[in-house]
Write a protein that binds this ligand. Sequence first.
Ligand SMILES: Nc1ncnc2c1ncn2[C@@H]1O[C@H](COP(=O)(O)OP(=O)(O)OP(=O)(O)O)[C@@H](O)[C@H]1O
Ligand SMILES: [Mg+2]
Length: 159
Amino acid sequence: MAATVLLETDCPTEAATASLAAALAARLRAGDMLALTGDLGAGKSTFARAFIRARLGDADAEVPSPTFTLVQSYEDGDGVEIWHADLYRLSEPEEAYELGLDDAREAGICLIEWPDRMPADWWQGALEITFTIGGKGERHVRFSSDDAAWAGRLQGLVA
Ligand SMILES: Nc1ncnc2c1ncn2[C@@H]1O[C@H](COP(=O)(O)OP(=O)(O)OP(=O)(O)O)[C@@H](O)[C@H]1O
Ligand SMILES: [Mg+2]
């Protein structure tokens, strides 16, 4: 995706990553997609878990990693469906149809780990969040998108 970098920040602790996710969660709506990228263990599921807990308004909600199920779905208090997918084990892009992601990306909020495994045009317009691990274990978090509308929506997200 030909993306423009919109925002970059560092999360020194897991708690910092979780509060960033919660702040973003308050700004999203049905039809939005987050493409969570970065190496194994970089923090994609940690971010997604905190995002989902914030939307559910339940800090202790069970949010298992969809490593083996590939997708897990939730419904928040406003009736918005939240889909959390980990496509690392997707055998071919077309399998994403069988998971129901084609409908989900229009109807709800989708958080997709390893989005490069699905058809490329499915994540056009998504907000891509890329995690990299720094020298002190901190997570460098970069927001980018090919949809300019995200710039305004991220304004003030990070102090
Ligand atoms: N600042 C931080 N932000 C997020 N996670 C952190 C941070 N510091 C340490 N961690 C740890 O890093 C790990 C991140 O694992 P996580 O499952 O979120 O990675 P992932 O990107 O989803 O990997 P995978 O590609 O295997 O799904 C967790 O064990 C978490 O506790
Ligand atoms: Mg993960």
